[in-house]
Design a protein around this ligand. Sequence first.
Ligand SMILES: C[S@@+](CC[C@H](N)C(=O)[O-])C[C@H]1O[C@@H](n2cnc3c(N)ncnc32)[C@H](O)[C@@H]1O
Length: 220
Amino acid sequence: MNRTDAEGPDGLLQEQVGYYRAIAEEYGHLALPFPGADELTAALDAFRPTGSVLELACGPGRWTAQLLGHAADVTAVDASPEMIALASARVGAERVRFVRADLFRWRPDRRYDVVFFGFWLSHVPHDRFAAFWELVADCLKPGGRVFFADDAYRTADELIEGERSTTIRRRSMDGTAYRIVKVPYEPADLERRLARLGWRVAVRPTSGPFFWGSGHKEAG
Ligand SMILES: C[S@@+](CC[C@H](N)C(=O)[O-])C[C@H]1O[C@@H](n2cnc3c(N)ncnc32)[C@H](O)[C@@H]1O
């Protein structure tokens, strides 16, 4: 029996929150260290996230600032108070509402023109994929749009359960080990999975390890 079985799936998800709480400070100062990051920024600007925007798993707010360049207002949700503090310090409070919540339990109190998430989808376990996309649909106004960016980057030493497992191990700066979820999506496959759920989303690779997706849910 591995630790995931022993603690249940929620144990893994709580450990994932613990990891991001522990690394918030270092993560907040990290620049995306790969080619292709500029392409994500350009793709998001071209998408034009206008109107009321919901940002899921906002982290230290590196996307929040860019969203605010287009949006009338942004609601930014994250489970880590440390991440929210960094994001709030970065973008201020004007036109932004921060919500501390666990996205596997949170429900929206209103609907949005755009839902955005950066480097979050790969942390959603396979068995919660459909429920997560139902949440995204429930957050959108009719005709609303979605944009996400992500990567499939996993190093060999992180693969403690082997290449096929989506549970990996990462360490904080002090060496503490945490299990987190990292699903290594391949863009074309992700596009097909979303189509099966009724989403018309184009998923495009960049010249580096990143990819981005944009689209909408088919009516009905
Ligand atoms: C890889 S970071 C991405 C942060 C930000 N979107 C970015 O691109 O820089 C993942 C984020 O998910 C948040 N997170 C992890 N588990 C969560 C959960 N269950 N509910 C809400 N946020 C969660 C972490 O606190 C962290 O800020």
